[in-house]
Design a protein around this ligand. Structure first.
Ligand code: C2E
Ligand code: MG
Ligand code: MG
Ligand code: MG
Length: 284
């Protein structure tokens, strides 16, 4: 359909990372080295906002790679590669460590922090020690678990290699972490799992937001998801909100949270810190 083509067209042209095997290996080696040497990689943060008054409610941690020769390589290009070559658990662990350390750092600067959401890949979930790693990282930096959210896509949640993840998610939530389904509506989209998986939030994919409010199908899907989520007592955050018209459409249908270029692009930690309020200094 025209829509599917549209989705591909608006992606950046990919310099054949997907086809050339040699080049893939070169990229993976570069990435492994960047990770080992703790350079070139950086976590950016994109703010999330309450829709009615714009209040900052959270941030998504998004990995960036400043390659010395290639320039900025988008995560959509290197993360699938890292996942295929088994580098993703290590890379994902690095992102978690950075995000939690950043929270501690902001707090030490006297800023009021908001929850940071990290993306979790399939292998991170499959390779077992995610929970203990999360808990020990939070403990190490003395950050309360409710400041950390995990974003899992439907395909990650329903990956059979991970077994029944429901009790694992439940345990994480008992610790205080929050769980969101990322890119909601674009995966397998069996509604049944919404009944059995312990989840706090749905992230409505940008695919459904882009052509709002004029596209009838997207308007219908978005409205239906919002109504359903309300019935299930789940929060919804709309991804990729770029225009005021999208914002008001979502607002009229009861969507409470938004993330998108209309508010902010993903930014380095130092830049996004300007959005954090200073903690009130009340001394006893
Ligand atoms: P995602 O988790 O769905 O992240 C949202 C993506 O949408 C980000 O792309 C963000 O920059 C982009 N975006 C946000 N608002 C807008 C908007 O208004 N307009 C447009 N056009 N785009 C918007 P990004 O940073 O390129 O990341 C792409 C994907 O790479 C992410 O999609 C996520 O699946 C993956 N990713 C990024 N960082 C990590 C990571 O640390 N771990 C894992 N496992 N995946 C990651
Ligand atoms: Mg995400
Ligand atoms: Mg998403
Ligand atoms: Mg996405």
């Amino acid at each position: 359909s025209a829509k599917r083509h549209g989705r591909n067209h608006d992606r950046r042209f990919r310099p054949s990372l997907e086809v050339e095997g040699d080049r893939q290996l070169a990229i993976i080696n570069d990435l492994r080295q960047a990770l080992a040497q703790n350079e070139q990689l950086e976590v950016y943060y994109q703010t999330q906002h309450r829709l009615d008054d714009g209040e900052l409610i959270g941030m998504e941690a998004l990995l960036r790679w400043h390659h010395p020769q290639e320039g900025m390589i988008p995560p959509g290009d290197f993360i699938p590669l890292a996942e295929r070559h088994g580098l993703m658990p290590a890379l994902g662990a690095w992102v978690i460590d950075q995000a939690v350390a950043q929270l501690a750092n902001w707090r030490a600067q006297g800023l009021v922090v908001v929850p940071v959401w990290v993306n979790i890949s399939a292998l991170q979930l499959i390779q077992g020690d995610l929970e203990s790693r999360l808990i020990s990282t939070l403990g190490q930096y003395r950050v309360a678990p409710h400041y950390l959210g995990l974003e899992l896509t439907e395909s990650v949640l329903l990956d059979e290699r991970a077994g029944d993840i429901s009790p694992r998610l439940e345990a994480l939530r008992r610790e205080g972490l929050q769980i969101a389904i990322d890119d909601f509506g674009t995966g397998y989209s069996s509604m049944a799992y919404l009944k059995r998986l312990p989840i706090d939030k749905l992230k409505l994919d940008r695919e459904f937001i882009r052509a709002l409010p004029h596209d009838h199908a997207d308007a219908a899907i978005t409205s239906a998801v919002l109504a359903m989520a309300q019935g299930l007592n789940l929060d919804v955050i709309a991804e990729g909100v770029e225009t005021e018209a999208q914002r008001s459409f979502l607002m009229a249908r009861g969507c409470r949270h938004v993330q998108g270029f209309l508010y902010a692009r993903p930014q380095p930690a130092g830049t996004v810190a300007q959005r954090l309020k200073p903690a009130s200094t009340t001394y006893a």
